[in-house]
Design a protein. Structure first.
Length: 74
């Protein structure tokens, strides 16, 4: 698994917020993958400053995969 290590540098951040800052989106199922790569990280609500988080890079769904096309008229 290819990963990138992120260090929490601000107080009061949640894992969802860290993912948003890293990817600028919230891919479906990515939070669960990050939790699997970081055992025990789900035990806290906000992450302490200095926490290291492994972000799996090979399992990031592309933004195109998540798009749903809505047609207003046929």
């Amino acid at each position: 698994m290819t990963t990138q290590t992120i260090t929490v540098r601000s107080e009061g951040l949640t894992l969802s917020r860290v993912i948003w800052q890293f990817l600028r989106r919230q891919p479906e199922g990515y939070l669960e993958r990050v939790l699997e790569a970081n055992p025990g990280i789900a035990d806290t609500t906000t992450l302490p400053v200095g926490t290291l988080i492994l972000m799996p890079l090979d399992s990031i769904p592309s933004a195109a995969d998540a798009r749903t096309v809505v047609k207003l008229w046929d």
